[in-house]
Ligand binder design. Structure first.
Ligand SMILES: [Zn+2]
Length: 229
């Protein structure tokens, strides 16, 4: 038996013995036996990064904000795998984590969850809107319908590469309403909140359209470690 064939056969046998052996979606290691897509180290690291009720982005537009985790570490790995690697099955568990922090900011309920929209061009390229997957998963758990309240009318440049004021300028006029939001209490959903420029631009559009209140629910909060309450 050649060495290559031997390796393939032993890999196949290991696969039978350890069927759950797979790549950890937090750190990429293949040594663990992931539960909820994470190795044991990442599961522990993630639980130490839990946020809960947090400070909304500056600007006073949000009535409250909740974030499941601080960005980075395993939370960053999960977001990147969902968003850029297309591991869409991660959304269910991430949405569950988001749903569990939501009660901390809005115990009296809301009308709907609304994802931060993607520009149609980028949506065609990626094939899915990760924020919509998270909104649907969190909404299912919270028994709130998902509403595509907003559309992105400008294909904004990648926010991550821009300094703060450029981010704000970049987002001005980027969103428009695509449904009647008058009197509605809306939970805006995104994967990560960094400076809050995107979230604020969405909230402004919703409030200008007559929404009664807007809450922010994100899987992770980045930048300021002290944003969590
Ligand atoms: Zn890991």
């Amino acid at each position: 038996m050649s060495a290559g064939l031997f390796n393939r056969v032993s890999d196949a046998l290991l696969g039978l013995i350890y069927p759950r052996r797979a790549t950890c979606m937090g750190c990429g290691s293949r040594t663990g036996f992931p539960r909820d897509w994470l190795c044991e180290d990442c599961r522990q690291a993630l639980s130490s990064r839990w946020v809960g009720a947090g400070r909304p982005p500056e600007g006073g537009l949000f009535k409250g904000a909740a974030y499941a985790y601080h960005y980075g570490g395993p939370a960053g790995g999960l977001v990147r795998n969902l968003k850029y690697q297309g591991v869409t099955r991660l959304a269910a568990g991430m949405g569950r984590s988001m749903a569990s922090v939501f009660a901390l900011i809005q115990p009296t309920g809301a009308d709907c969850v609304a994802p931060v929209p993607m520009h149609p061009k980028r949506l065609r390229e990626r094939g899915f809107n990760h924020a919509a997957l998270l909104a649907r998963a969190a909404g299912d758990r919270l028994e709130l319908p998902m509403a595509d309240a907003l559309k992105r009318v400008r294909n904004t440049r990648q926010q991550a590469r821009l300094p703060d004021d450029a981010r704000r300028a970049n987002m001005a006029g980027a969103f428009e309403l695509q449904m009647d939001v008058k009197g509605k209490r809306i939970v805006l959903v995104d994967d990560v909140c960094t400076t809050g420029a995107t979230a604020n631009a969405c909230a402004k559009t919703l409030l200008d359209g007559g929404a009664e209140a807007v809450y922010l629910l994100c899987y992770a909060v980045a930048g300021e470690e002290n944003r969590g309450a």
